[in-house]
Ligand binder design. Structure first.
Ligand SMILES: [Fe+2]
Length: 310
């Protein structure tokens, strides 16, 4: 049973980030510039910690896993120079991992701490771009469950929703359109270039990406949760999601941002880029920042010294 919670002016927004391919770690992109801006705003708002659900760490049966390794290794990242990430200080918040576990246990989940957790690029890529100073805000990674039940993941988000009022930023890292089987890999294999588009994306990728964006930006409250779950029955869902793992964190965020108290609150499309022809790396903000700018700006270009919002 999902409990309703009150939204206050200090309630933090949530984010869903499409992390794309490993090239998104090594090469700056419009989403990377957006993540950096979100990190900057998080610091300005006094955010103290982050809870992030990724797409690359899943548990079996009815379990949900929580990172509790004070010094996690970073798993190697294909095609990216290790110098670009090995020294980044992940700053895991092991103490807070227990708090997250208790919240999930109280909500009825079989939540377990994983002291041997190894960090994967789906989460440290985001943190690395968010915090270009080289050290993340304290954070906890929550895995997803391999039964891929949309309602299960929405309930996880709903259970952690109160953290939005406790200076904790909730993030889902996955993919709006993410089907590795239908990407065009030749350009990456031969030229190490995942951003160049030789031709337009295929219609299914455009159409599902638009449907995803419509669900986020045209719904709020419980309708947001229903819409996000319903996307798994969209005729193009299996084209757009070759596996379910990159969609679960979207449901997690819909749970955290789709309470009855969130009805009428606006959600926003952020930066995006295309990779490998058909991978659509769309970013979304759910709810507004307490202080200005209430909506994280999307910059026209991804240069370091960007100044002109769209
Ligand atoms: Fe991924």
């Amino acid at each position: 049973m999902v409990q309703s919670t009150r939204t206050s002016s200090a309630t933090l927004p949530c984010f869903f980030f499409s992390h794309g391919s490993t090239a998104m770690l090594g090469e700056r992109s419009a989403p990377a510039a957006y993540w950096e801006q979100v990190g900057r705003q998080a610091l300005a708002e006094g955010v103290e910690r982050i809870v992030i659900m990724g797409a690359h760490w899943e548990s079996l049966d009815d379990q949900i896993m929580i990172s509790a390794n004070p010094k996690p290794e970073k798993q190697p990242v294909a095609w990216v120079d290790p110098a670009k990430y090995v020294d980044f200080d992940l700053n895991p918040d092991v103490e807070f991992a227990s708090t997250v576990q208790q919240m999930l246990l109280k909500a009825g989940f079989n939540a377990k701490l994983e002291p041997k957790f190894e960090q994967i690029h789906d989460t440290f890529m985001i943190l690395k771009w968010m915090f270009p100073g080289g050290k993340s805000l304290p954070h906890v990674v929550v895995g997803h469950n391999a039964r891929f039940d949309p309602h299960f993941h929405m309930r996880v988000g709903a259970a952690l929703r109160p953290l939005r009022d406790q200076k904790c930023l909730l993030i889902g890292s996955g993919g709006a359109v993410h089907n590795l089987y239908r990407n065009a890999w030749a350009q990456a294999l031969f030229y190490r270039d995942s951003y160049g588009q030789e031709r337009p994306p295929e219609p299914w990728a455009i159409d599902f990406g638009n449907a995803f964006s419509d669900v986020v930006t045209k719904n709020s409250g419980h309708a947001l949760r229903r819409g996000m779950a319903r996307l798994m029955t969209h005729p193009l869902y299996r084209d757009a999601q070759g596996t379910d793992d990159h969609f679960m964190s979207a449901l997690f965020i819909a749970g955290a941002a789709g309470d009855e108290a969130d009805a009428g609150i606006r959600n926003y499309a952020g930066a995006e880029c295309w990779e490998l022809l058909n991978m659509r790396n769309s970013q979304f903000q759910f709810g507004s920042w307490p202080s200005e700018p209430h909506v994280t700006p999307v910059y026209q270009e991804n240069r370091l010294n960007h100044t002109t919002p769209l």
